[in-house]
Design a protein around this ligand. Structure first.
Ligand SMILES: *Cc1c(COP(=O)(O)O)cnc(C)c1O
Length: 368
């Protein structure tokens, strides 16, 4: 792809690998790491991140949807892939053939799947999803679990690989809910006639704060990319997380305006005196949401604010003095000792860094 526009995201795969290596060093030896690369690797690029994560020692990767898993397979990722969300039963045969593991919450679904994969050349690998308190997907009681076990035992081509649950509040200071969920999960896991080989519960927050819940594997998502799941977890990190994502562009145009000139749609910003105004070739179609007006960017190692309404493809910044067109602009990342993080954007937008990460537009090329 040609990149005439200087707007680009640099993804540091080595940072991702260091986060995995540090996590592995921190967790019990028998715990493996499942690298979560859903939503295009939290906006970082699922294929490149999956490849780097496996090379750094992740045991498998996980995604949210069947299509994400197929995209990884088509792109040459040969590692085990878990689809954590529920798949339509029509996906079962392809999942079996391609070695894609699926989540199962329901005996009826599994019975149909068992029928579809009877003749498949490889067994369908399943992880039983248990709802221990998230209230999203997963079976909730012993009877439902026994029904699923019965289907597995009666089928020639279903292999029980795992059991998992998902924490709702592991990133919060109060640990009670997480402890309750863990206990509930283990109670249900104990109902299997044989413990599945891969029992896993923890997301990033739990992996970092509760190594005692690490079990056979952790599903490491947001912190794989160097981002703390919440500001609370950020204050309790057992090791430094390395940020992988930098969003950069260049000053496209620079001009000096006199006092009282209006900037951008609606004319909502008015110069108060002579001001240098720079134009950046990035806008809300790239994920620079309109709510980020007044957010700082870094130019020449200094912070300076976006002024006026952010347009679809461009925005303006107020420069403290003249800069040349072509000067590097960092929107997320570091210049010298100054840093702008996804967390800072998230605070301004009233959201979480997860949402910022997946909102950076497809139009922004990722450079590795
Ligand atoms: C997204 C997701 C994860 C990863 O969560 P992080 O907080 O990003 O680490 C783990 N498990 C499930 C089921 C998920 O949907």
């Amino acid at each position: 792809m040609e990149n005439y526009r200087p707007t680009k995201a640099s993804v540091n795969l080595q940072a991702i690998q260091e986060n995995i290596e540090n996590l592995k060093r921190y967790l019990p030896r028998q715990t493996s790491v499942i690298a979560v690369v859903k939503a295009d690797g939290y906006g970082h690029g699922e294929v490149e991140v999956a490849r780097a994560a496996i090379a750094a020692g992740a045991r498998m990767v996980s995604v949210a949807t069947p299509d994400e898993a197929l995209h990884l397979r088509d792109s040459g990722i040969t590692a085990d892939i878990l689809v954590m969300g529920l798949s339509p039963v029509g996906f079962a045969e392809r999942a079996a053939t391609l070695g894609i593991h699926v989540a199962v919450s329901d005996a009826g679904w599994l019975r149909q799947a068992a029928n579809l994969v009877k003749e498949a050349d490889r067994p369908l690998r399943v992880h039983v999803k248990i709802d221990s308190g998230m209230g999203r997907i997963g079976l909730r009681d012993e009877t439902a679990l026994q029904d699923i076990v019965e289907v597995i035992e009666g089928s020639n081509n279903i292999r029980l690989v795992g059991a998992f649950t998902h924490f709702a509040c592991a990133d919060e200071e109060d640990s009670c809910e997480t402890e309750e969920q863990f206990n509930r999960f283990m109670e249900l896991v104990a109902e299997f006639p044989q413990r599945p080989p891969l029992v896993h519960a923890s997301n990033s927050a739990a992996a970092l704060l509760y190594p005692q819940y690490a079990l056979d594997a952790v599903r490491f998502g947001i912190s794989l990319y160097g981002i703390a799941p919440s500001s609370y977890v950020g204050t309790k990190l057992p090791f430094d997380l390395k940020k992988a994502f930098t969003l950069e562009t260049e000053l496209a145009y620079v001009k000096k305006l006199g006092k009282g000139e209006r900037i951008s749609y609606g004319g909502t910003y008015e110069t108060k005196r002579d001001e240098w105004i720079g134009t950046l070739p990035i806008g809300y179609a790239d994920g620079l949401k309109r709510g980020l007006r007044d957010q700082d960017v870094l130019i020449g190692g200094e912070r300076m604010p976006i002024v006026g309404t952010i347009c679809m493809d461009q925005c303006m910044v107020k420069l403290p003095r003249e800069f040349a067109a072509g000067e590097k602009v960092t929107l997320i990342g570091r210049q010298g000792d100054k840093e702008i993080t996804m967390e800072e954007w998230a605070d301004r937008l009233g959201t979480i860094p997860y949402e910022v990460a997946v909102t950076i537009g497809k139009r922004v090329p990722r450079i590795y």
